[in-house]
Design a protein around this ligand. Structure first.
Ligand code: URA
Length: 237
């Protein structure tokens, strides 16, 4: 059970002061009975809350899939750059949103934006072996021994260890396209892995988190809410 004003304010568009005001105006009802006070306790899973007679769909947390374009930083705020959170439209926006994991400014693709720290941790922790899938366009062809090295895992000259990856060449040729799956997210990880193989990533796109693919209907810069079934797919190894 939580306070009505706290719950409504956490949904994004109303402040606690707004909630107080609309309760005063008699516009909020809980299970059909007009709420008299904004601090009345409600059970989000059970109680039906209406505003002007319209049922509100209350959610403890929100999960958003963004197709990140190039040039946008994976942060909640920045003085200098546009952030992934700036791309969230008003109807999905709420306080406390952050990107779960970072893509580089020049990397495109799937970013999860949420206000649920526990879920983000579950998805990102290498211990949970949830693979993130990337499509990398490389400067040079990749040899079988490069693939084997990436699949074994790498220790860099500075002692950083990068866990094993799953690697598949999607398109051979001058600038090959390679799918690489990793379950940790160290700084510039994919770029550093290919650099260790004497190669260079010239474009990088995240296509999948866990078993959930980036929705191909989302144009760069667009986002949409992730459904409960899709959240389960994200958690699948
Ligand atoms: N690895 C990178 O090098 N960059 C990213 O943005 C993500 C993974």
């Amino acid at each position: 059970m939580e306070r009505l004003d706290k719950i409504l304010a956490s949904q994004g568009t109303l402040s606690r002061r707004d909630v107080k005001e609309i309760v005063k105006q008699g516009r909020i009802a809980v299970n059909g009975i007009t709420a008299k006070k904004s601090d009345v306790k409600i059970d989000m899973g059970k109680d039906a809350v209406t505003l002007d007679g319209e049922l509100l769909s209350l959610k403890k947390h929100i999960y958003i899939m963004l197709n990140k374009p190039q040039g946008v930083v994976s942060a909640s705020e920045s003085d200098t750059d546009k952030t992934v959170v700036d791309l969230v439209p008003d109807e999905l926006f709420r306080k406390g949103l952050f990107p779960a994991g970072r893509l580089d400014k020049d990397t495109t693709g799937f970013v999860l934006i949420t206000d649920d720290g526990d879920f983000a941790h579950e998805i990102l922790s290498p211990k949970n072996h949830i693979f993130k899938t990337y499509l990398a366009t490389l400067e040079h062809p990749l040899t079988q021994s490069d693939i084997e090295m990436l699949e074994r895992g790498i220790t860099l000259a500075d002692g950083t260890t990068l866990k094993e990856a799953k690697v598949e060449v999607i398109k051979d040729g001058e600038h090959p396209k390679v799918q690489i799956m990793i379950c940790e997210g160290k700084y510039h990880q994919v770029k550093r892995m290919f650099a260790a193989a004497g190669n260079k990533v010239i474009a990088l796109h995240r296509s999948k988190m866990g078993n959930l693919e980036l929705d191909s209907a989302l144009k760069p810069g667009e986002c949409r809410e992730i459904t409960p079934n899709e959240l389960d797919l994200m958690k699948k190894r």
